[in-house]
Design a protein around this ligand. Structure first.
Ligand code: NAP
Ligand code: F7E
Length: 331
């Protein structure tokens, strides 16, 4: 039985990846930070097969202990401070966790390999945010990186460190340059979930309007459930490598609003959305669109869920969730 260790198990992607690995017969370990993290109990309920290990990306010794406990064949480093807007206000912490955390995991892995002689495969969660002020359209593995936030700069560090450890020590270390991927489990601070949850609440009479920032930004949005499969496929290759994972389609926040409102029968949303300066960023990533040809050719990977299906899935989930919550509040 193979064993996998996932950092960031309490985020959006962690549980999808855990489900995939468990279905494939893996023993799944998840690293959880904090002394009494409320997400641990929730995970134990929804994913009882995940064996929880306590640890923090900032604490090398905790990672070394996690390696000893999990005896992993594969390690997926999904843990990060991942909200771009937050990274300007907490640049030091973001740099340490999102960037320095990669160094700690790679060092723990090297130590574990040296001690046991076991070969461990490593996945690093890199990001399309690294392309930032894009130097080529569409963006591919060879596109020059031009990060536009402390988060993106930290991800560039983790990306290059992964490549460097592969080249320096011969580690089977791969970096997935994933474009935005969403789901009903997406954190409420990200624009897709913020929109789908607000639209659900507006349709139920629980909210009047949505405050947003830049409506013209464009992203290549896919479904998280599709993207975790690409992570796994990368670690099944004979050679470690870097891959862009995306849909090859780009949409604006306006498109997102149109599809989301349409799902609840509202065709004109202009009076339901207003602009709030606090949601504009010091430096914006205006337009992202990727080219996943390499992943398609070498991994046999392609996305299954379209942007429209994704947004509709998220709105339907939020309508159900908000209806239950409001009924619970009234009773
Ligand atoms: P997410 O929902 O923000 O989850 C982040 C995870 O990291 C959470 O489990 C969080 O734990 C954990 N974490 C934060 N600080 C930590 C620390 N100091 N020690 C240990 N764990 C820590 O992110 P996601 O959307 O699942 O994304 C997974 C990874 O892919 C992230 O690295 C993200 O940067 C990257 N990525 C995401 C996208 C996307 O569109 N979703 C695209 C490209 C790359 P708590 O819950 O306890 O805070
Ligand atoms: O913003 C604009 C905002 O926060 C998308 C992370 O998973 O994907 C994610 O980063 C766009 C930006 O995601 C609001 O200015 C407008 O242009 O949903 P987001 P992100 O910054 O693209 C990448 C690939 C990652 O790696 C990250 O970890 O939407 N926008 N108004 C807004 N964004 C938010 N959050 N809130 C607004 O009110």
């Amino acid at each position: 039985m193979k064993s996998a260790l996932i950092t960031g198990i309490t985020g959006q992607d962690g549980p999808y990846l855990a489900e995939l690995l468990y279905e494939k017969g893996y023993r799944v370990y998840g690293l959880i930070q904090g002394q009494n993290n409320p997400k641990a109990a929730r995970l134990a309920e929804t994913h009882p097969y995940v064996e929880i290990l306590s640890g923090n990306l900032l604490d090398l010794s905790s990672l070394m202990r996690a390696f000893s406990a999990a005896e992993p064949d594969e390690v997926y480093n999904l843990g990060a401070i991942s909200f771009v807007a937050y990274s300007w206000e907490n640049a030091r912490l973001t740099t340490d966790v999102t960037g320095g955390g990669v160094l700690n995991v790679l060092e723990a892995l090297r130590f574990y390999q040296d001690q046991t002689g076991k070969q461990v495969r490593f996945y690093q969660a890199s990001s399309s945010e690294m392309f930032g002020k894009v130097q080529e359209v569409p963006q591919r593995e060879s596109t020059l990186l031009w990060p536009r936030s402390p988060y993106a700069v930290a991800k560039v560090y983790g990306h290059h460190l992964t490549i460097n450890y592969r080249e320096s020590y011969g580690l089977h270390a791969s970096s997935g340059i994933l474009f935005n991927h969403e789901s009903p489990r997406r954190g409420q601070e990200f624009v897709t979930r913020k929109v789908t949850q607000s639209v659900a609440r507006i349709s139920l009479g629980l909210q009047d309007r949505i405050a947003l920032g830049n409506l013209d930004a464009e992203r290549d949005w896919g479904f998280a459930g599709d993207y975790v499969e690409a992570m796994w496929l990368m670690l099944q290759q004979h050679e470690a490598d870097d891959y862009v994972i995306c849909t090859g389609e780009s949409h604006s926040i306006r498109d997102l609003l149109t599809i989301a409102f349409n799902e609840v029968g509202i065709s004109d949303w202009s009076h339901l959305v207003y602009s709030d300066p606090k949601f504009f960023r010091p430096a914006e990533v205006d337009h992202l669109i990727g080219d996943a040809s390499k992943a398609r050719d070498k991994l046999g990977w392609s996305p299954k869920v379209s942007f429209e299906q994704l947004v509709r899935m998220m709105v339907q989930n939020d309508v159900d969730e908000q209806s239950k919550l409001s009924t619970g509040t009234r009773s």
